[in-house]
Every structure is written in C-alpha cells, then in structure tokens.
Ligand binder design. Sequence first.
Ligand code: 2RA
Length: 329
Amino acid sequence: MKVAVVGATGLVGTKMLQVLAERNFPVTELIPVASEKSVGKEVAFKGKTYKVVNADTAIAMKPNVALFSAGGSTSLEWAPKFAAAGITVIDNSSAWRMDPTKKLVVPEVNGKTLTPEDKIIANPNCSTIQMVLVMSPLHDQYKIKRVVVSTYQSVTGTGVKAVTQLMNERKGETGEMAYPYQIDLNVIPQIDVFLENGYTKEEMKMVNETKKIMGDNSIQVTATTVRIPVMGGHSESVNLEFDNEYEVANVRKLLAATPGIVVVDDPANLQYPMPKDAHDKDEVLVGRIRRDETQPKTLNMWIVADNLRKGAATNAVQIAEYLHQQKWI
Ligand code: 2RA
C-alpha cells in the first residue's frame, strides 16, 4: 500500500513512520511530504530511503492513504485536495475535529462509526484520546454524568521548539522560547490561546471532543490543562461522577480487561503510572483508582500515556489499520 505522511519531518510525523514500521503496516511505498524547504531531503523507512516531496507531487503519486500531522492550515488546504483525488486522509490537526461532517475517531471507542465514504478522518487531541479510552468502558458500565480533568502535559505536545527550550534551560542556556515563560522548574497553566470564557483552546478541545467521540452530549466535562517540564507523556488527574454505583475492584477489573489499557495500581508497593514508564509505549496507563469520598458514585484516577504515540501517531495508524481490515483503503 502506498502511504503518504504529510509532515513527515516533524515530531509526530517522525513518530508515525516509527509506528508504521513497528506495527508492520503493509507499506509498499512511503511518500514523505513536507514543506518546500524540506523537499529533496531523505527519510529512512524500513531500511530504505525516500525523498521528501511536496503535496502536489504526493497527490500525483496516488497514495491509498495519507496521514497528516502538518498543522491546521495545511490540513484545511490540502486534505480536501487529497480526498478529491480519492486518497483517504487521517488528520492529526484540530482542523476537522469538530466539523459535523467529519468523524473524530479513537478506534477502540468509536471506530465502528467509520464508513468507506469517510475520506477525511480526524485524529483527536492527544489529551482527549487517553482520557476517552478509559472513559468508554466505564461509561458503558456505569454511565458517566460529569468529568473533572486536570492535565500535566509534556513539552513534546508543543513540538521541537519547546523541547529545545527545556533542554537549553536545563543547561542554563538561553535560546528561542516556545512558551511565554521559563518551563524548567516551572509549570505553565496555559496550553494554546485563551478564549472568551476564560478557558484555553486546549481545555475546550477536551470538553468538546470528548462529547463527540463518546457520542453523548449529556456528559459534562470541565478541564484545566497545564504544561510541565516532562518528556515522556501526558498525565491526567480525572474525577468521574457516575449515574450508577460501582466497586473500585470492579473498575480495576473492567479497565484491565480493556484493550490498550494497562492498570498500574498498587500503592502499597508504590506502583502507579508515570510518564517515564509510558514513554514510547502505545498503552494508556491507569492508576491511583480510588473512591471520591466527598460525593456518591464518584471516582478519582490518574491516567498517563505517550502523547506522541497513542495520543497521536499510533491512534492515526490504528485508524488506518481498521480501514485496511475493512478493505476500504
Ligand atoms: C499539546 N495537546 O499538548 C496539544 C497538542 N499536541 O500541546
């Protein structure tokens, strides 16, 4: 299968190549796509090198599927052109996520809503993906009324410039700033821009995307998203209020039996999820599962995942795997 990766030289694009190779996705020809300044550069993939091309050339090469991680403006301009050429697009930007005509997909949660007619498919925001993967089986079993989430997000979610800022600061050096403030030895309670309602775009992504993926607008979600000086992945403190009563032991059992989730929850032995353990893994780690004793039918938990993998590249590749299994690409 001919696979295009648009944004192939970025953090997520590079991770997409790694995941495609690791999961042995049936790529017969890779088409790495990037901006004009990168055209001609070479990209290594499964022992071969491929030259970066521009989007026009990529369309002419007729890939079966195009994984995009090149920013919203590139997706808005080029995803429709790829789709018009019969190429299925799986887009990691936020451009199409809340478009009512586009599917927003975490395969384990709502992959079955996909049809062969879906030619532009949106990959959700990383902080949303890891949360809804855990919410889904609990919603089916106990019906979630309300979610309160606070995130602790890795600098890798911002990109190379942010990682460089952190590394420079750790060496006591100055350089280009990805954030308005120092990030080393600090936390920044702002991810993306502020909106009229006092929330940030990242926080409202978690609110709106969660409802769309879960297919249930009755779920009340409120979020606080925070950037922290960490590399391995995003962490989230999640408080869930259910309609129905539950037992913590049954919650642990249900999550442990859910594909893509690993329960790491043994406080007596200091076992709980941490970004250093989630780094470069596809699983979503869940721990600190405990009753919220301040109100009935309410649960606290801690969710950690590599935001570049299940939070982006792996989820996109899993969507492509599903389409391939259905023989739609
Ligand atoms: C972030 N979730 O962490 C956003 C986009 N990757 O910056």
